[in-house]
Structure formats: structure tokens, C-alpha cells
Design a protein around this ligand. Structure first.
Ligand SMILES: NC(=O)c1ccc[n+]([C@@H]2O[C@H](COP(=O)([O-])OP(=O)(O)OC[C@H]3O[C@@H](n4cnc5c(N)ncnc54)[C@H](O)[C@@H]3O)[C@@H](O)[C@H]2O)c1
Length: 702
């Protein structure tokens, strides 16, 4: 018997337990173990039925992603062999499910005759999130079990279903309580006692009818969210096959489409991203067992755009938060904005009123800075002004608990300089939230020169309850995300000077897969914000006179076009509507500007637009890696997917660069450098890796 599978007999029922921690993945050896147990039990007259369950914290949580696409050792049985053995079992098999039954795990459960689950268990076929589809019969069996419509929704979205909903849908036959093996055994005994005929999901055909046009409508519904992707469309094709073909043909079709998805670059990219997202928590010099400081109470200073969103993030996590302002009016405005944001979510049906009331009940507004005294973390989100921040941190130092985390949400200022305003720079850290802070998943955690390990570990750990993805970065201008963004935006502007209009650039990058193009993004964020920063920098840190820069964003702001907030920016907007409409006034401004600077406008294709905007990302990302300001290329990818809407199915800018091939990236940079100058000078890391025939993925950490 395989060491990954244990069998115990209870009351004439063989309880087969998969014991492959941490998540009982279907690694090599697991199918063999279960198949052997089924065979032994079939031959044993003392066994009437089987219960299949997971040891430890979960049922089979899925396939072993690390084994994808790798050859199996000769003779090792697959999930297909396992499913065939389950369906061929002459004695009833009951899957008893706790934890999660996902992907291959759920597909195995669907091959059992019955399924029972416990409260708190979760079900899903999330393969689409890895750019593939459920390839072991999930797309054929789930529609047969619960009906085509709910199955299609689950398979195409990859969403999880909680236990009660799984019961209502019919994914499980019953919810059970108490010891799982005992409850599963009791269910199996009942099946035997009642002499129920074995029930195979593959033979169920009574739930396959769909309304006319169902699949067309389904495809229309993912036109936007699934654009450019392969897997969601193939998922629909598979469910359509389930509804229209005999089961064996449907299974064959599923297999073909699975292979197509698995071989696609998108699936490779999404698997990379899956691991990158899990890797960000690993910090070589901050080991896993570094003591962390629990955060039971938070204080946020400044109730503006960011402060309000950050306070909502804490309240949503059930952590009481004090919101501190300098004036009553600003405080009232901040609290009212938060309330209005929640109310919108409630009105849309996505949040119960009680949840809003509970969250708002955790927020206390005050004008008294002394209120930070009982906070475990203080997050500063006041004006982006070094003098204001230093003064504030000096005062916080006198009031906050000795071991409190003192965090700044600055997006451009030097965290070390802010830390130096306190007597405890080791407790100071950057928490760079993205706007809107209650929505955006990314959190750049900025490690200062003196930040201690416990402060880093505690802040990174806080990401989990806050439902953020935290990525550790070092101190530099713009940190990682915005530093890379600068070159991307600059090229977008130069493209306007050379012949494009905002809608051309935005369309090319939207079609590449970005959530939105750079000009729509600037209009959303407010063009005046950068304008103010630019004017300040011109005084404090003037750029070299020979550096190419575009006058367009200044011209736009001088015309009062701040973006959505003024209903006019790079686009025009109808009142109360966020849809960008191309504006002839902007076109005139752009064309006149080109004439003024002596630029002959030319037609520029989407390929060139994408190349011009992405290469600076890759080049700057490489410099950031070389300077040690991000730990891994994958960390940069996570920042760009969660912070800037880079398509996850292209893996992030660094993974994408490897897909292009660094020698090719280098050649493109060198060509642009010879045409346009030193903006394009390749980073030394790209030169080194390209010459060695390697990619970013070859970089080792720690
Ligand atoms: N807006 C963004 O997209 C964004 C994104 C990331 C980071 N940030 C950073 O977050 C910080 C806040 O930005 P914002 O956009 O929310 O600004 P904001 O102008 O909307 O809000 C700042 C608030 O701080 C209050 N304030 C100023 N001094 C204070 C003090 N001493 N004590 C208490 N309150 C004080 C102001 O009254 C104002 O309400 C800045 O450092 C900014 O760089 C902003």
C-alpha cells in the first residue's frame, strides 16, 4: 500500500484516507494507493462500501500543479485511472469532504457514487484561473450532476462554492457533523442498508437541457472579462459538449481542449503567476518564524482619498480603527465618503446592510492625535509633504506605544528620512496602498534601511486579514510600481507627439490585456496630482535640460482638464458617467503640439505602441532587480498585475520579457537607443542575462 494512502475498516466500511500533506494533492502515488485500496476492498467479503476522505486539514485539494506537463514515472497511475476505478467499483463509494474539494479533487469526488460534506467545506473547479480547464471529466460530470447553467458559471468563473450552497446545488448529497470518518461510514452503511443502486454521475442525463441561445449568451457575457484569453472560452466549449454530446464523446472533447490549454503560453504564464503570488511572502533574511506583533487596533491619520480607503480596509477585516484628522470638516467629509462607498455596495446588493453597519461601527473619527496611544499600527496618509510628515512622525514618536508599527503611505517620499524623525526608525515602514485602497489588492511594503525584521514580518502578515497581496520593496523614487510606471507613461506621451491619439494608445494596451490604457488611467487618477508633483520637482530636482519630455500633460492641466473629476481630461465624460469619449479639442491640442516641436506625425501601429510602452517596464524592472529593490522578478510581476492591471495571463512584465526572450528584448532596446537616445540604454542585467542566453527566471534569490 502507498504511504500516501491509509485504509481503516469501520463497521464493514473501508475508510480510505489520502495522507499527502499539506493539501492531499493528487501527486504521483496517490491514485495508485486509492486504486489498490478499492481493489482490496472489492475482493474482501467483509467490506460493504468505501469512504474516501482526506487526512489532516482537507479533502483532495486538487492536482499537483508542480507535476503539470511533466512525464509520470512509468507505471504510475493517473487521475483517469483513479476515476475509472471509482466508477467501476462494485461497492458504493462515498466521498466525505472537509476543507476544500477543488479541481482534480472535486473531479475525483464526482466519480464517487455519493458525496457528503461538512460545514465550512468548499467546492470548485478553479482550473480556468491557471489558464486550463477541468480535464478529468469535471466539465462533463458537473453539468450532469447540478445542471448546465450553474455548472457553466462555476467552471467559467473558477469560483468556489461554500458547503450550504453546494448542498443546495446538489454537489453534495448531505452535510454531516462530527467525526468525518464516522459520519461518512454512517452514510455508507445507510446506502447499503437501503440497497440503493449505485449512482454514477456520468450516466445522469436529465439536467442537460438549456434554454435556446444559452451558450451564445454565455459567450457574450465574457466578451470583456475573457478577452484575449483562451481558457474561459474553452470551458464554455466543454460544457456545450456536455450538453450536446454523449458522455464519452464529451470527455474526449474535454481532453483535447485541455491539452490545447495546457500547451498555451497563457497557462504557463498563469502557473508562473500562481507561484509568484505565493512566493512574495518569502523573505530570505526574515525567516518564517520571526516573531510578529499582533494588530488588534489601528489608527489612520488623514481622512482623504487614501486614509478613508485604508480605514475601510481595516474595518472590513474586523479590526477597530481610529481615523484622525486636523479639522472637523475634513473628518466629516472623510467619514461621509466612506459611508457613501459602503452604501453604494449595499445598494448594488453586494453587501448586506448589517455588514456595512458593523464595519462603520468599527471606525471612530477624532481630531485628537493622542488617540493613537492604543493603536498597534499607525498608518499615516496625510498630504505628500516631507515637512508635514516629519513633524507628524516626531509627534507620533512621543504618543504611540513603544512597540507600535509606524507606517507611512507615502508614494514618493524617502521612508528613511521620515523614519529619522523618530527615535525608533526600526519600527517605521512604508505601507504603499493603491487607490482605491479598499479595492486594490496590492500593498507595497517598503523596507527602510533601519526597519527591523519583526516590523517587516508583522506588516507582511497583516496583509492576510486585510485581504491584500503584500510585496516587499526597497526605498527608491516611486518604489517599484510607480518607478516602472514613469517610463511607461512617458512613452505613452511621446507616442502622442509622434502621431497617436490617446484612444489609439489605450486601445493597443487594452487589447494587449491591460485593464485600461494609460490615458484612461490618468483621467481616473486625476491629472492634477502628477502635475503638482512635477511642478514641485522642477523646483527641487530639475530634470536634465537635454532630457526629452512632453509638454502635453501640463497643457492639459493648464486647460483645467484634470480627468474624470472635471468631466474632461485626455477624454471627455458625460455627467455621472465614466465612459471615456475621444475629444476633438484634445486632438487639436496634440496635433498643434507636434507642429510646435517640429515632429512630423506618422501612422503608428498597435505593435509599436505596445513595444514602446512595455520595453521601459522591462528595462526599469531589470534595474530594480539589479539594485536589490525587489526580491524576485515574480514580485515585480505580482505588483504589476495587482497594482496596474497587467494581464495575469501574460504573467507580468518580467515573465513576459522572458517569453519574448531577453536577446530579443536587448536587440529592441539597442535599436531604439540608436534611434532615440539614452532613455533606451539597456540595463546591465538585461545585457548580462541576454549574453548568457538566460532569462529573468534564472535569477536565484537568497
Ligand atoms: N491618491 C493616491 O492615489 C495615492 C496612492 C498611494 C499613496 N498616496 C499617498 O497617500 C497620502 C495621502 O494621499 P491622499 O490622496 O489621500 O491625499 P488627500 O489630500 O486626499 O488627503 C490627505 C488628508 O490628510 C489630512 N491631513 C493633512 N495633514 C494632517 C495632519 N497633520 N494630521 C491629520 N490629517 C492631516 C488632510 O486634511 C487630508 O484630508 C500621500 O502621502 C500620497 O502620496 C496617494
Amino acid at each position: 500500500m502507498s504511504s500516501l494512502v491509509r485504509v481503516e475498516t469501520q463497521d464493514g466500511v473501508a475508510v480510505i484516507a489520502v495522507d499527502n500533506p499539506p493539501v492531499n494533492a493528487l501527486s504521483v502515488g496517490v491514485p495508485d494507493g486509492i486504486i489498490a485500496a478499492l481493489a482490496a476492498g472489492a475482493a474482501d467479503p467483509g467490506i460493504d462500501a468505501f469512504v474516501l476522505l482526506g487526512a489532516g486539514r482537507t479533502f483532495i485539494a486538487g492536482a499537483d500543479i508542480r507535476e503539470f506537463g511533466k512525464p509520470r514515472p512509468p507505471g504510475a497511475r493517473t487521475i483517469f485511472d483513479l476515476i475509472a476505478a471509482l466508477e467501476a467499483s462494485p461497492k458504493p463509494v462515498v466521498a466525505a469532504i472537509h476543507g476544500t474539494a477543488l479541481g482534480g479533487g472535486l473531479e475525483v469526488a464526482l466519480a464517487c457514487h455519493w458525496r457528503v460534506g461538512v460545514e465550512g467545506s468548499q467546492y470548485g473547479l478553479p482550473e480556468v484561473k491557471l489558464g486550463i480547464l477541468p480535464g478529468a471529466g469535471g466539465t462533463q460530470r458537473l453539468p450532469r450532476l447540478i445542471g448546465v447553467e450553474p455548472a457553466a458559471k462555476l467552471i467559467v468563473s473558477g469560483d468556489f462554492v461554500p458547503a450550504r450552497k453546494a448542498l443546495a446545488l446538489g454537489i453534495v448529497d448531505a452535510l454531516v457533523e462530527g467525526d468525518l470518518a464516522a459520519a461518512g461510514t454512517a452514510f455508507a452503511r445507510q446506502v447499503v442498508a437501503e440497497g440503493r443502486p449505485l449512482r454514477l454521475v456520468r450516466d445522469m442525463n436529465d439536467k442537460l437541457a438549456v434554454p435556446d441561445g444559452f451558450f451564445d449568451e454565455m459567450r457574450r457575457s465574457i466578451a470583456r472579462s475573457g478577452r484575449g484569453q483562451v481558457a474561459p472560452w474553452r470551458c464554455i466549449d466543454c460544457v456545450e459538449a456536455a450538453a450536446t454530446l454523449p458522455v464519452d464523446q464529451g470527455l474526449k472533447r474535454e481532453r483535447e481542449l485541455f491539452e490545447e490549454c495546457l500547451a498555451s503560453p497563457q497557462s504557463k504564464a498563469l502557473r508562473h503567476f500562481f507561484f509568484a503570488e505565493r512566493e512574495v511572502a518569502k523573505i530570505p533574511d526574515v525567516p518564517k518564524d520571526t516573531p510578529t506583533r499582533p494588530v488588534a487596533k489601528a489608527a489612520v491619520i488623514g481622512a482623504g482619498t487614501m486614509g478613508g480607503g485604508i480605514a475601510m480596509t481595516f474595518a472590513n477585516a474586523g479590526i477597530p480603527v481610529t481615523l484622525i484628522e486636523t479639522g472637523q470638516e475634513a473628518l466629516d467629509r472623510g467619514l461621509a465618503t466612506m459611508r457613501a462607498n459602503y452604501a453604494r455596495t449595499v445598494a448594488s446588493g453586494r453587501m448586506p446592510q448589517a455588514t456595512m453597519d458593523k464595519a462603520m461601527g468599527l471606525v471612530v473619527g477624532t481630531l485628537d492625535l493622542g488617540a493613537v496611544a492604543d493603536a498597534d499600527i499607525v498608518i499615516e496618509a496625510v498630504f505628500e509633504d516631507m515637512a508635514v510628515k516629519k513633524d507628524l512622525f516626531g509627534r507620533l514618536d512621543d504618543i504611540a506605544k513603544a512597540d507600535a508599527i509606524l507606517a507611512t503611505n507615502t508614494s514618493t517620499l524617502d521612508v528613511d528620512e521620515i523614519a529619522a524623525a523618530t527615535r525608533r526608525p526600526e519600527k517605521v515602514i512604508g505601507t504603499h496602498f493603491f487607490s482605491p485602497a479598499n479595492v486594490m489588492r496590492l500593498l507595497e511594503v517598503v523596507r527602510g534601511a533601519k526597519t527591523d525584521k519583526s516590523t517587516i514580518a508583522s506588516t507582511m502578515a497583516l496583509a492576510r486579514p486585510l485581504k491584500k497581496v503584500a510585496v516587499l520593496v526597497g526605498v527608491c523614487d516611486g518604489f517599484v510600481g510607480n518607478r516602472m510606471l514613469a517610463g511607461y507613461m512617458q512613452q505613452a506621451l511621446f507616442l502622442l507627439e509622434e502621431g497617436c491619439l490617446p484612444q489609439d494608445v489605450d486601445k493597443a494596451l487594452y487589447d494587449f490585456g491591460f485593464a485600461m490604457g494609460p490615458f484612461a488611467m490618468m483621467d481616473l487618477a486625476g491629472n492634477d496630482v502628477e502635475w503638482r508633483i512635477r511642478k514641485h520637482r522642477e523646483k527641487t530636482k530639475p530634470p536634465p535640460a537635454d532630457l526629452r519630455r512632453s509638454a502635453l500633460p501640463d497643457l492639459l492641466c493648464e486647460a483645467g482638464r484634470f480627468g474624470q473629476k472635471t468631466a474632461a481630461g485626455w477624454y471627455r465624460y458625460e455627467p455621472g458617467d465614466r465612459t471615456p469619449h475621444p475629444d476633438p479639442t484634445v486632438e487639436t491640442m496634440i496635433v498643434e503640439n507636434s507642429a510646435r516641436i517640429g515632429m512630423r506625425r506618422r501612422a503608428i501601429g498597435a505593435d509599436e505602441i505596445v513595444r514602446r510602452c512595455l520595453l521601459p517596464l522591462i528595462n526599469e524592472g531589470a534595474r530594480i532587480l539589479d539594485e536589490g529593490l525587489a526580491l524576485r522578478p515574480g514580485d515585480i510581476d505580482v505588483i504589476w498585475v495587482y497594482g496596474y492591471g497587467f494581464p495575469s495571463y501574460k504573467g507580468g512584465p518580467m515573465f513576459h520579457a522572458d517569453q519574448i526572450g531577453l536577446p530579443d528584448v536587448l536587440a529592441q532596446l539597442l535599436r531604439l537607443e540608436s534611434e532615440q537616445g539614452r532613455f533606451w540604454t539597456p540595463s546591465p542585467l538585461i545585457v548580462r542575462l541576454a549574453e548568457a542566453g538566460q532569462g529573468f527566471s534564472s535569477l536565484k534569490v537568497g
